[in-house]
Structures are given as C-alpha cells and as structure tokens.
Design a protein around this ligand. Structure first.
Ligand code: NAP
Length: 292
C-alpha cells in the first residue's frame, strides 16, 4: 500500500527533544515509528500509540518522512550507517540534530546520493516550547524536500522558517544567533560582577538591564541594515564612543580586581577599530575589523 507522506513519520533519537517531537506527531494523528539507542525510552511513546522499530533500518523502512534528533552528527552518522541505502529512495530526511554547516552539507550529499531529499533544521526552543504557533525553527535545504516535509514541520512549529536551498544555512543561523546570545550573556555576567563589587543586588541589575535590552532590538536592526548596505558614515552611534566606553570597562575591572578576560576582548576589538582609522565612523564599521 502506498504510504501517505503527510501522515507517516519516523523519529530516530528519543532524548528530551526527539521524544517531544514524536509525541507531538502522535497527537496530530500521525502513524509514528520510533527508534532509540537505549530501548527503554521507546516505552512511553509505545503507550501513546507509536510503533517501536527494532533497528534504525526498520524505522526508515516504515515512513516517508524521517526525523532525526540526537546528540550530535557523530551519533547521527553512526545511526545512519545502520540503515539500508535502498530504503531511502523518494523519502525526505529531516535532520534536527545540532551541528555545523559543513556537517549539514555532507549529510545532504549522502542523502541525495541515495535518492532522498534532505533538510537541515535548527530548533531554537526548549522541548516544552515545541508545537506552538511561534516556536522558532529554522530550516534549510532544497525546495522539493521542504514541500515534502512541511506538514511534519508544522506539527513541530506553527510557522517554521525556510531559509533557503543551501543545507548549511540553518546551522549558520543557529551559530550566529547563539553568538549574539552568548555575547550578551557574558556581558551580563561581567556586569553582575561590577554590581556585586558595588554592593548592588544582582537581581535588580538583571531587571534594569532587561529594561534597556527591550529597546536594543531596534538598534541592532539599524546597524544590521547599515552593514548589509556597507554604510559606515557616522549617523547614530560613533565608534569613538565605544572605544572609550570599553577602555573604561577594562580599567574598572583592573581597579576592582574583576576578571579582565571579557573587557580585554571588548576593548581590544574597539582599539583595533581605532587603529584602523574607524573611530570617526558609525559602529557598523566594526564589521570591517572582523572582515580583516
Ligand atoms: N533539549 C533542548 O532544549 C534542545 C533545544 C534545541 C536543540 N536541541 C538539539 O537537539 C538534539 C538532541 O537534544 P536532546 O536535548 O534531545 O538531547 P538528549 O536528551 O541528551 O538526548 C540525546 C539523544 O542522542 C542519542 N545519542 C547520543 N549519542 C548517541 C550515539 N552515539 N548513538 C546513538 N544515539 C545516541 C541518545 O540516545 P540514548 O537515549 O541511547 O542515550 C538520545 O536519544 C541536540 O543536537 C540538541 O543540540 C535540543
């Protein structure tokens, strides 16, 4: 019997995220086949109606949309090597394991060589946030694969975002947004040490910073637009202000005996901008330092 692509799915990897994905598919009326290295994790899903595959090969054989969500690509590749190559033809493989753009490109080549479609996805939400209208999931890969897997992806997120045909794009977005988040977090933690040292409660500082960050989005969008258009003429925030501000943060760390790694990096980057003759340009000119 010909399988209905829209209602048949396999999920390989039943960790916190994979189990959530399988559960959402079951709740949406899918015929779901699951597999996990540690077999005990399949039992709660079997109780909800999932078919438990005895092997990765059996899971791939059972469905036309195959979703994988395991620890990393090394784990993913070890699982894929246990599948039958012929079973992939005409199917679509949705790789939701976190990885690098290069790993996604290699996975796409492997999959397409077997006659299947490939999508790479970055989930930017916790398991309990999955399946909501605004759950952030970014997908990249060929348009045909996207169309084939879209009904399944819409179970995971109301409006999954397709970034384009290059398989590595989802991973690039993942790394770029994480870079922004971790940069902000490290700034927050360094600021927490400044406030501890000043005898001010860190929870109050966190509230204060959150208030400032809520207006910061528009500024980031503005600088992003300038970088996109290669516009560096001073307009909103001159580089020179940040050169001075980051030097002050570093000086205060030294005065107060606070770990200097974060402000040393910051001040060093802005010093490089000044040395490049960019002090009188807009903040967006920092991209020229990073472009080298
Ligand atoms: N949880 C989150 O909040 C979240 C958010 C966004 C993205 N992600 C991404 O989703 C992926 C899965 O995350 P998770 O939170 O579900 O992780 P997890 O709970 O730690 O589960 C890891 C999964 O990988 C499997 N695995 C690990 N090594 C393996 C190997 N060598 N061979 C076969 N299977 C192996 C585990 O199998 P066993 O059960 O046998 O150990 C388990 O199914 C990761 O790439 C993560 O970055 C997670």
């Amino acid at each position: 019997m010909k399988q209905d692509t829209n209602k048949t799915a396999a999920v390989l990897g039943l960790g916190m995220m994979g189990a959530t994905l399988a559960k959402l598919l079951l709740e949406s009326g899918y015929d779901v086949t699951v597999w996990n290295r540690s077999a005990d994790k399949s039992a709660p899903l079997a109780a909800l109606g999932a078919n438990v595959a005895p092997s990765p090969a059996a899971a791939v054989n059972a469905a036309n949309v195959i979703v994988m969500c395991v620890h990393d690509y090394a784990a993913a590749n070890a699982i894929l090597s246990q599948t039958e190559q012929a079973a992939w033809k005409g199917k679509v493989f949705v790789q939701l394991t976190s990885g690098s753009p290069a790993e996604a490109d290699r996975a796409e080549q492997w999959t397409e060589a077997l006659g299947a479609g490939y999508l790479d996805g970055a989930i930017q939400a916790a398991p309990q946030q999955m399946g909501r209208p605004d759950t952030p999931i970014f997908i990249s890969g060929k348009a045909a694969a996207w169309e084939q897997a879209l009904p399944v992806l819409k179970v995971f997120a109301g409006a999954p975002e397709w970034l384009g045909t290059s398989a590595g794009l989802a991973s690039s977005v993942d790394l770029a947004t994480l870079s922004g988040i971790y940069g902000t977090l490290m700034g927050f933690f360094h600021g927490a040490r400044i406030m501890e040292n000043a005898g001010y409660p860190v929870d109050k500082y966190a509230t204060l910073l959150t208030g400032i960050l809520s207006t910061f989005g528009d500024f980031i969008k503005y600088e992003g637009q300038l970088v996109h258009e290669n516009r560096f003429t001073k307009s909103e925030s001159p580089m020179s202000i940040s050169v001075d501000a980051t030097a002050r943060i570093l000086q205060q760390a030294d005065d107060a005996g606070i770990n200097r790694a974060f402000p040393e990096y910051l001040a060093g980057m802005f010093r490089q901008a000044a040395e490049k003759g960019l002090a009188n340009e807009e903040l967006s000119a920092m991209i020229k330092v990073l472009r080298g």
